[in-house]
Design a binder for this molecule. Structure first.
Ligand SMILES: [Zn+2]
Ligand SMILES: [Zn+2]
Length: 316
């Protein structure tokens, strides 16, 4: 958290940023602290409860199912569709993805989009909300501080990205505004649904409890840290096959865990592209989902870089 206060001089030059009031900041920091720590407590509880008993197929199914639903809500929905507008979908699909992404508990949809657009506008320069490289000293200590800040520390920052400046299109979309307002209910639903399903599928209270733990808290823990690793690890560790004006990296492990988002250097080089894994071996499951939606006529006007654009930005 100390890193948060080490960058005040960068703020005034940046557009579309406000400082939270002390009262709002206290409330914000408390809620972030709960959202960061409770899933960790849930992991401990799930392991403790499962020790000797094992994990049931129902719980594994709930973990994988809710991870996929809410993870794709972030990667395909919040990120590629709503932030970068890299393809178009019918309104009901847009709302479905906005709901799924909200259930990943990474903030309400319009805040997420506004913050991420600011990340691209100032990537690894003053104004980037979560760069591991701005205002940290050289050497191992600075690297660790930068990694912590970009992974989790920035969530406690007093900087607030102004929605009117960064996401005016979404503020005009009444359905998205409604999803944005429903965030507290979707937060409840993301824990209640796996608990109810676990209880019904096993017809037991224990099934509801472990469904809540594995499909709720453990899933949120994994999804949070994978998403945050795109901000931290993928701006430090990996390759840079594309010319981008920042420190973004391609990291195959994060690409696999993060549904293709680990091809982050490709994404920063071509932010509007619906496909992040731009070379044939770069497996990008979010792109597979978008292509499948196109075949099913649920996605159209898909943006991809041309061969000439790719050649111009190739470094290796
Ligand atoms: Zn980035
Ligand atoms: Zn992006």
């Amino acid at each position: 958290m100390s890193a948060v206060t080490s960058r005040p001089e960068s703020v005034p030059t940046v557009r579309g940023v406000e400082m939270a009031s002390p009262r709002a900041l206290r409330w914000q920091r408390l809620s972030i602290l709960l959202i960061v720590t409770l899933p960790l407590v849930g992991v401990g509880a799930a392991l403790w409860y499962g020790w000797g008993r094992g994990v049931s197929a129902v719980d594994v199914g709930l973990l994988v199912g809710f991870y996929a639903f809410t993870g794709l809500g972030i990667t395909v929905g919040f990120h590629r569709l709503l932030t970068h507008q890299s393809f178009r979908v019918p309104q009901w699909v847009r709302v479905l993805f906005a709901v799924a992404g909200s259930m990943a508990i990474q903030g309400a949809v319009i805040d997420w989009v506004a913050t991420h657009r600011r990340h691209h506008a100032y990537s690894d320069r003053p104004g980037d909300p979560h760069s591991p490289h701005v205002d940290f000293e050289d050497g191992f200590r600075g690297l660790l501080k930068g990694l912590w800040f970009s992974h989790t520390g920035w969530l406690f920052s007093p900087e607030t990205t102004v929605q009117e400046a960064w996401a005016p299109d979404l503020l005009k979309d009444r359905a998205i505004v409604r999803v944005n307002r429903a965030f507290p209910w979707l937060l409840l639903a993301t824990f209640a649904l796996p608990a109810v399903l676990g209880g019904l599928l096993t017809m037991s209270f224990a099934g509801a409890l472990t469904g809540f733990l594995w499909g709720g808290l453990v899933r949120i823990f994994l999804l949070h840290h994978v998403t945050w690793s795109i901000n931290s690890i993928c701006h430090v560790f990996g390759t840079r096959p594309w010319a981008a004006h920042d420190e973004s990296r391609n990291n195959p492990v994060m690409a696999l865990l993060g549904f293709g988002e680990g091809w982050h250097n490709g994404h920063h080089a071509f932010p509007a592209s619906a496909r992040h894994g731009l070379r044939w071996w770069e497996f990008d499951i979010s792109w597979v989902v978008i292509r499948t939606m196109q075949v099913l006529r649920l996605a159209r006007d898909i943006k991809l870089p041309t061969t000439t654009q790719l050649e111009r930005r190739t470094r290796t």
